[in-house]
Every structure is written in C-alpha cells, then in structure tokens.
Ligand binder design. Sequence first.
Ligand code: FAD
Length: 389
Amino acid sequence: MDKPLVIVGAGQAAAQVITTLRAEGYGQPIILFGEEPWLPYQRPPLSKAYLGGEMEADRLALKAPGFYMTNGVDVHVGARVSRILPGEKAVELACGVRTHYGALLLATGTRARDLTLPGAELAGVHTIRTLEDVGLFRAECVPGMRLVIIGGGYIGLEVGAKARGMGLDVTVLEGQERLLARVACPIVSGFVSNLHLSHGVHIRTGVGVSQLLGAAGRVTGVELTNGTLLPADVVLSAVGAVPNVELAQEAGLAIENGVKVDAATRTSMPEIYAVGDVASFPSGLYGRRVRLESVQNAIDQAKAAAHAINGQDVVYDPVPWFWSDQYDVKLQIAGLLDGHDRTETEGDMEGGHFSVRYFKDQRLLAVCSINDPRSHMLARRALASGQER
Ligand code: FAD
C-alpha cells in the first residue's frame, strides 16, 4: 500500500530531499506543500546578484519545472499547511483539506525576525527573505535615496554593498560594538567595516534604535536611543531570523531552538522528520545542539533525511560552512567559532587575502577566510578530520 511522503515547505532542503530520494530509487508518492507561490528556489542571490540585477529570476530555481513531474512529485504551491494531526498521520491546509502521510518531513525554514519598534509597520520598511520581498524592496531602490539598514550581519551588509552599487546613500546600524559580531572575530569585523567605509557606507555600531518616524504612513527617519535622528527614504530590517516551528509546536513535537531532531533527522514523534533552517540537531563535533541557517546544512541534512526515510542508518554530524559576497570580497567560514580562546592570522591582510584560524584549548574550531578559497577548503578538511594543534 502507498505511504506518501508529505513535505511541508518548498525550499532548499525540500528540493534536495526529493532529488536524493528519487536518485536512490525511493518508490513512494511524494507530496510537496509550499506556502510561497514558487517552486523551490535559492535564497542566497536575493541579497547578492539577484538584488543587484545581475541574475534573472528564472536562474534562481533549484530545479527545472519539469523535474517535479518527471519525478512523480505532487506539488502544491501557494498552499500553507496550517495543522499537523499526528494521531491521524495527516496534515491540514487552511481550507480544511487533509492529506495523509506515511512519513512527514518538516522543511519550513525561518522567517525574518520582526522589528518590534514603533513605526515598524510604515511603508518603506522592508525585510529580505523571499523573492517577493526583493521585488518590493528593489522597486524603492532609486539612486540618491537614503537607505538605513538596521542590523550589521550578513544580509544587512550584502544588501548594503548592492545598494551602494545601485547608487543609494547607505547607513548600517549595528547594536553590537562591531559588525558581524556574532559570527566573526574583531579582525574580520574590522576588515569588513573598512571595506564598507571605503565604498562610502556610513556605519554606526553600538547604537540602538528607539523608533521609526514617518509622515503620511511612509517612513521618513530612524531615531536612535541616544536621540540622534537619521533621515531615511527606505529602511531595511535585517535583525536575524526565527525558525518556523509553530506547526510542530502545536502538534506537540519537542522544540529546542528549532524543531528538535536526532542525528538521523527524526523528531520526537514517529515518522516525522525535520531538516534545514528549522531543525536543531546534536553536533558531535561541537558537543552541543546546533541550528544552522545555511545552504550547506539544508543540502547535507536533507541528504541525511532522505537516507533515513529510505530506511538507512545515518548520523548527520557536519562541518558547517557558510559564505558571503560583499563587493569583490568572498568571505567563507568553516566551522563555528563561538567559545574560541585564541586566533592565528595567515596571509596578506593588507592585500585582502587572508584567513583567521580560531582555536579552543588547542583544538581548531573554525576558519574565516577572506578571498582565500584554498585555506577555506583545507579548513573544512582539517575540521572534518578533527585536526588539533
Ligand atoms: P527555506 O529555503 O527558507 O524554505 C522554507 C520554505 O517553507 C519557505 O518557502 C516557506 O515559505 C515554507 N513554509 C514555511 N511554513 C510553511 C507552511 N506552514 N506550509 C507550507 N510552506 C511553509 N546561506 C548560505 O549558506 N550562504 C549565503 O550566502 C546565504 N545567503 C542568504 C541570503 C538571504 C537573503 C537569505 C534569506 C538566506 C540566505 N542564506 C544563505 C540561508 C539559506 O538560504 C537558508 O539556509 C536555506 O534556504 C534554508 O533552506 P530550508 O529549506 O531550510 O528553508
């Protein structure tokens, strides 16, 4: 008897699960529900080449449209799953239609964190998470306009770089004392800060925002907690992402900084799996539970889920890696650097080609590389083999 695999969330991880399962001969029906109106697409270009107009929308697609039909996947886009009924082994759409599953995979990703400030609802205040978001934001990116970006993390900085290229006047506000404070050491933060300053971006670190000001329903400025008023025509909120766990939570699945899964991507309920940005998993490499927001994790964890769904034994314990493109600089990070007690820098900092290695108790934790892909690849290998110094 058929036992369909139902996938909730049509993003990076979903596309990979389907690809791996079908490549490995999985014969059960697959049903995919995605709330966005698009087939699975890549998000990284949304703050990079696609935003800058160097990449067309059709190149964002992860698979050609015919792939799903050829592989016997019943795809429903614009279809938000509103409830899981684990007792009945079914999911329910908002219209009440139920679909029964043999196995269920949650790949619901993250959403942009809300800006909880007075004025956040004004026109001209944007986030970038989806293709639709970029369309709305880009329509307002007119040369000469003043863009204030709240948040000096990857997405805020990537958008800042592209917006400079589009002729906007850009200010980045960061609450911490330096850019990329959560994910890079002061050396890398300093390099990235200088990079943006050299392109004319205004940077203010260690500042809080008290409210967004507006006139006739449209944003006109950003007020800082120290009373400074920054005029703004457009505001981008880039203050991080939160995992879409509500479906899982309401169904009674265990949640721990995301949907809690084991090393085989299984949740706390039988036949329910979770992968990608929404899932937190036990990392043997780092000795704690982690939740990653990266393409690497979405792809590799999806492959692990496909194997588990197909009845194989799997242990997902990856070396995390991530990249960011800003101007002509490629920043690559292998590993997780929190908790490091020592750094070593190698390469040509002046020339903008170098890597910073992070250690804890003599153990290599992570490597941040600036225009240094060779060191990045070596770092991934060293971390995978558990190299110590
Ligand atoms: P997603 O790709 O986000 O897909 C989840 C999907 O589930 C969404 O379409 C969502 O609408 C849908 N969904 C949610 N709830 C429901 C529901 N109830 N019913 C139906 N559908 C639902 N990573 C990198 O490694 N490098 C980068 O340079 C990089 N740049 C990025 C730039 C931007 C602007 C963004 C937004 C992300 C970037 N990332 C980058 C992160 C990367 O894109 C994500 O880690 C990856 O997309 C996660 O895949 P996923 O399948 O878990 O989630």
